[in-house]
Ligand binder design. Sequence first.
Ligand code: ADP
Ligand code: MG
Length: 253
Amino acid sequence: MTAMVKAEGVCKRFGSLEVLKGIDLEVQPGEVMCIIGPSGSGKSTFLRCINHLEKVDAGRLSVDGELVGYQQRGDKLYELKENEVAHKRQEIGMVFQRFNLFPHMTALENVIEAPVQVKGESKALARARGAELLEQVGLADKAKNYPRQLSGGQQQRVAIARALAMQPKLMLFDEPTSALDPELVGDVLAVMRQLAKDGMTMVVVTHEMEFAREVADSVVFMDGGVVVEAGAPEDVIRSPKHERTKAFLSRVL
Ligand code: ADP
Ligand code: MG
């Protein structure tokens, strides 16, 4: 089986700041990986590398068997052009801490924007599928609402529906509930939990340890640009081996 995400010695620096110092990990199709770790440890940068938003400086990073940023022809590697990168990025859905919805568009318009504008899907088809997606995230009755008329949790669920509308093979979540009021977190996690059950491959940066413990197939603890500890959720969260993992968990649990 080809891994959906495979990182081998992935390094990334910003000027003299080494942010990723040789990340090794693998996510199989249908698996959920949760990445935990303190602020500044490189979690967002790693997700951005997977999604072609940053270039890795060393090591190999591949998605679904293809080296990120490159195309193989015969035994030669070619760097992807900008439009080719944009095309690749369509295969990956990303949800950020801030919902980034288009403020002047309704929930449904937000969801159908990319399928219509980028993929050239017919409006009728996109609307029908968009309505289904809004139902899937529990917002069937909010299709005509504008973002400002929705709670943060509802906006985040629209953002998830919008990412799913492009039928991605991989979903990346970067602290999707960190900006939400506590009482709104549960609904967003419930949508993500269902998505995982339905077989979506997901990489989730989160501080929600309960979610990680229940939903993740593997948990990775990152600190200072390295993977300190990785394994089954029970092992990493319940019985961490490394002092740094223990110290972090004692702060967040
Ligand atoms: P995390 O998501 O784990 O909090 P980040 O990946 O956002 O960590 O950041 C890791 C480090 O890289 C931080 O020190 C941050 O300031 C730095 N960093 C992130 N993006 C950039 C950038 N575009 N330019 C310079 N430094 C950056
Ligand atoms: Mg981050």
